[in-house]
Every structure is written in structure tokens, then in C-alpha cells.
Design a protein around this ligand. Structure first.
Ligand code: FES
Length: 298
């Protein structure tokens, strides 16, 4: 991939539509949504999303977009609430997304049933929640989270495109990469880390390290913070290198990763785009034939 894929928004918009929209996005440890009303929000690949635990113990995922004037419904990354109330004009929603109420001066004209928050698919298993914006039939990956107790989350913001961040993290042999945005790692025997990559824009990425089993909060968390700082430095170095024509050759793992990105984000006229078009034409042809046979049989 050329420098523009790391420094301009066009490729990021393709990734948003064809990769992030259909992928299972690592979102939150179940322990972060321990009680009813607990929520976690992230903006991933341009999709503002949040997950919240309902009163019945089931976690739900939504677009973080108010149905009144499209402002964010929750504004903290992590929090808890009894009712979801948009702070802009006061529309409120249940934890299951249903529209509840609004102040009379901004009351909706539409039917209340039509004003629920837009839901996204959420899969919770093995102690972790993953979200998917547009279903596409694939099973979520197994993440094999550490079994020890959840301790905390460490958030690190990085001035780099998400591909440079993943490439830098792939160099860590203690981490297992789970396409497209997760790493599981075991720092020490009693300390487990699950690392989420959160692409926020084409030039900014967040990593969220979910820490499990920190026995000595001071030393263990200091070690985790220093590990996150090292990842940030490596990713920003990788970004500078990829933004220049003289970038070093990627590792085998990075080549494989970049090939997958290219396959899922085809540009018009590329080999992968022709492959996608051929697949679509083949599906259309099959659909057309079955339509013809139904027509003939009628
Ligand atoms: S944008 Fe949410 S109440 Fe107006």
C-alpha cells in the first residue's frame, strides 16, 4: 500500500464501508458491563457505537446517534446510567433502545415506536462483547480471554493510521493477532492483556489494553502502561516510515495483514475489485437463473 493509504482519508472511507462495517469489532470486556446500565462507547472506523447492559442481564449494541438531531447519546467512554438521556435536548431511551420521553417543546411528530435507537449486532461470549454494524453471516472469532479477574483498561491515543499500529503490534511475538482489530497477549504468568485497536480517523488510532489479574496494582499497571507507551512509539515510527517512500519492507505477518486489508477494501479497477465484481456478477447470474426457472414453472 502506498503512503496515501496512511495519510489520506479516501482509503479510510473504503475501509469504513467494506471492512469495519462488516467485521466483528472487539468492543468491551463483559466485566466492563457488569451491572445493568453499565456502558462502553467507542468510535470505530467512523462508526460511533456503544454497548449497554440491560435490566435482564443481556448486553445490547447501538449506534451512538440520537434520533432527534443525530448527536451522541452517551459521551463518556465508560459509564453507567438508569436511563439514556441525550444531553442536547433531553430525549430519553430505555437500555433496550426504545424511545421513552422528551420535553414537550421538542416532542417528536413521529410515532414513538419509530424512534428507537438504531441497534447493531452484539455477540457476547467468553467474557467479551463484539459488535457488528452490518451482518454478513460469519461467526465472531474466538478471543480466548485471560480467565483471571478483570482489573482495568488502559487507553493510549496514537498519531498513526490503524494499519501502522497493527503492523507495529505484529512485531510483538507475545501477542496473538485476531483479524482485524484485536490482540491477545500474556505479559506474565498472572497478568493477561487483551488489546483492542480502535481506528478513530485515518490519522488517529486508540489502543485499549484490557488488563486481567493484576496482583500488584502499582507495579503491574506501571508495567502495562510502559508497554502501551512502547507500542505507541513503535506505531508512530511505523507511521512515519509508511508515510515516506523509503519505508522498510514489512514483515511476513504485516504483508499478510496488508493483503487482507487490500482484499477487503478493493479500489475500482484493482484485481481484488475485479474479483468482487466477478463474485457479484456470478451471484446475480445465479439469482437471475433461479428467477427464470421460477418464471418458467409458473
Ligand atoms: S439531539 Fe438528542 S435530544 Fe436533540
Amino acid at each position: 500500500m502506498g503512503p496515501a493509504a496512511y495519510t489520506e482519508g479516501e482509503q479510510f472511507q473504503r475501509e469504513r464501508r467494506t471492512l469495519f462495517a462488516h467485521a466483528w469489532l472487539p468492543f468491551a470486556a463483559s466485566a466492563q458491563l457488569a451491572a445493568a446500565g453499565d456502558f462502553v462507547s467507542h468510535s470505530i472506523g467512523g462508526w460511533p457505537l456503544f454497548a449497554i447492559r440491560g435490566d435482564d442481564g443481556v448486553a445490547h449494541g447501538f449506534h451512538n446517534v440520537c434520533r432527534h438531531q443525530s448527536m451522541p447519546v452517551v459521551e463518556q467512554t465508560v459509564g453507567s446510567c438508569e436511563v439514556l438521556r441525550c444531553r442536547y435536548h433531553g430525549w430519553s431511551y430505555a437500555k433496550t433502545g426504545e424511545f421513552l420521553d422528551s420535553p414537550p417543546r421538542v416532542a417528536p411528530n413521529d410515532l414513538r415506536e419509530k424512534l428507537s435507537l438504531n441497534a447493531v449486532e452484539l455477540c457476547e461470549r467468553d467474557g467479551f462483547c463484539m459488535l457488528r454494524v452490518q451482518p454478513r453471516g460469519t461467526e465472531p472469532p474466538r478471543l480466548l480471554l485471560p480467565t483471571s479477574r478483570f482489573a482495568t483498561a488502559i487507553t493510549t491515543d496514537i498519531d498513526a493510521n490503524w494499519k501502522a499500529v497493527v503492523e507495529a503490534l505484529l512485531a510483538d511475538q507475545d501477542c496473538q493477532f485476531v483479524w482485524p482489530l484485536a490482540f491477545t497477549a500474556k505479559a506474565e504468568a498472572d497478568l493477561g492483556i487483551m488489546r483492542q485497536v480502535v481506528p478513530r480517523s485515518f490519522s488517529r488510532t486508540r489502543i485499549v489494553d484490557l488488563i486481567f489479574g493484576a496482583n500488584d496494582p502499582t507495579d503491574d499497571l506501571a508495567a502495562c502502561r510502559s508497554r502501551a507507551s512502547a507500542a505507541k512509539a513503535a506505531a508512530e515510527t511505523c507511521q512515519r516510515a509508511r508515510a515516506e517512500a523509503l519505508a522498510p519492507t514489512p514483515s511476513d505477518e504485516a504483508v499478510e495483514f496488508l493483503r487482507n486489508v487490500a482484499l477487503t477494501t478493493p479500489t475500482r479497477g484493482s484485481r481484488s475489485s475485479r474479483f468482487v465484481m466477478q463474485t457479484l456478477l456470478e451471484r446475480w447470474r445465479v439469482g437471475a437463473l433461479s428467477f427464470s426457472s421460477r418464471f418458467r414453472n409458473s
